[in-house]
Design a protein around this ligand. Sequence first.
Ligand SMILES: *[C@@H]1O[C@H](CO)[C@@H](O)[C@H](O)[C@H]1NC(C)=O
Ligand SMILES: *[C@@H]1O[C@H](CO)[C@@H](O)[C@H](O)[C@H]1NC(C)=O
Ligand SMILES: *[C@@H]1O[C@H](CO)[C@@H](O)[C@H](O)[C@H]1NC(C)=O
Ligand SMILES: *[C@@H]1O[C@H](CO)[C@@H](O)[C@H](O)[C@H]1NC(C)=O
Ligand SMILES: [Fe+2]
Length: 450
Amino acid sequence: MKNNFGIILISLFLKLATAEVLYYQPEQVHIAYGANIFEIIVTWSTFNETPNSLVEYGIGGLVLQAEGTSTLFVDGGKGKHSQYIHKVVLKKLTPDSTYQYHCGSDLGWSNLFNFKTAPDSPGWQPHLAIYGDMGNENAQSLVRLQEETQRGLYDAILHVGDFAYDMDSNNAEVGDQFMRQIESIAAYLPYMTCPGNHEEKYNFSNYRARFSMPSGPDSYMYSIDIGPLHVISISTEVYYFVEYGIKPLVFQYEWLEDNLAKANLPENREKQPWIIVMGHRPMYCSNTDMDDCTQHETLTRVGLPFLHFFGLEDLLYNYGVDLAIWAHEHSYERLWPVYNYTVYNGSYEQPYVNPGAPVQFTTGSAGCKEGTDHFIPKLPDWSAFRSSDYGYTRLKAHNSSHLYIEQISDDKSGEVIDSFWIVKDKHGLYPGSKMNWAKVDKMRLKNMNN
Ligand SMILES: *[C@@H]1O[C@H](CO)[C@@H](O)[C@H](O)[C@H]1NC(C)=O
Ligand SMILES: *[C@@H]1O[C@H](CO)[C@@H](O)[C@H](O)[C@H]1NC(C)=O
Ligand SMILES: *[C@@H]1O[C@H](CO)[C@@H](O)[C@H](O)[C@H]1NC(C)=O
Ligand SMILES: *[C@@H]1O[C@H](CO)[C@@H](O)[C@H](O)[C@H]1NC(C)=O
Ligand SMILES: [Fe+2]
């Protein structure tokens, strides 16, 4: 009897010690806009497969349920770290409402989160936080962004590439850690992204698996209308990692021209007068690090070497883009309105009132273990303001003619170290720009046939 009991104990112990822990608990919860701002995509991970992928949600109670899909994601590293990434789309949300939600399955639910939908009115003034290059280690601006998110300051986040340094590191455990860290903001606000160079591994597999953007799976370019803003997100990386093929570059260029042509149809430009393009690597910068943006012939600016096909600066100029937002340089730099190295101030006194070219700034100093980048002593004549402080940018769409932008220094306890207004009496073409009207007409026909 006594002996038997011992054997039972030992075998029980062995069983416990060798039993596989099944991990069905949702983690790394984050949300993004879907096809429009009244659609929210909820994304999360579990380490074991669950029978379903569900979100329970509602205004003042979890009365609604939506079901989605899960996909096995296996990192390209040696450890073949794997997880199930779940995506559920919440459609036709009621404007101007606070929704509660949790996500999971019959085998486990996340914490309760909430998000607020935009009012469906032309007077809405969306307020965005914008930054790149955050990092898992030394995500310095995260604390302030968490606090401001919880105080309800923002409507959405734009993370302009370079996430965890790197998401694939340590068999993608760094990616998991980063996604857990940002849950405190990304589960509450649409977290809109574009890929950076630090996402390159295994053909951007971590980026594509973990983030759900409006264009659907496997796509790193999309546009989303946020009140008066038409925000276009592109991958500058297709110009730098051509070992993954030239096709993504050509495809994106043509997609971007179509998208810009459509955005310029009068009926669209009236609703979304502000056309904003975001991508990771800048065309211009005055840093000391010899990155491509310090060169005159930046690949994204002029296109492929020698041939100069697929240059993006001509597209931005010819299709009346108001603002271009970049990161990659671990610093903040605001430019005067510039095209092809010529400054087109609206006027000397008020350079951003009716500027003659797109306005650009770079905001890549949210954090990360690499430290911030420094500047050459001489201020180039296209550069207006520079800072190597850690920090991030805020953008507020005031109305159809006024857009407000400010830079926050985390090093200086949240101080606003730069601010400016872009003012436009009329949106549209810059003088001398060569919009492809045939393209616009084609988009018009396509629209009519839809
Ligand atoms: C990398 O991914 C892109 C986009 O999905 C695809 O078009 C391309 O063929 C891939 N390249 C390689 C080498 O797998
Ligand atoms: C840009 O400027 C260069 C001179 O620096 C000139 O050769 C080129 O033609 C210009 N490009 C356009 C599109 O105007
Ligand atoms: C643009 O405006 C700024 C601010 O007044 C001025 O410092 C700069 O020199 C101007 N650039 C040109 C080319 O006029
Ligand atoms: C936008 O707001 C500014 C500042 O409040 C105001 O001067 C301007 O007239 C407004 N523009 C439009 C088109 O309502
Ligand atoms: Fe970068």
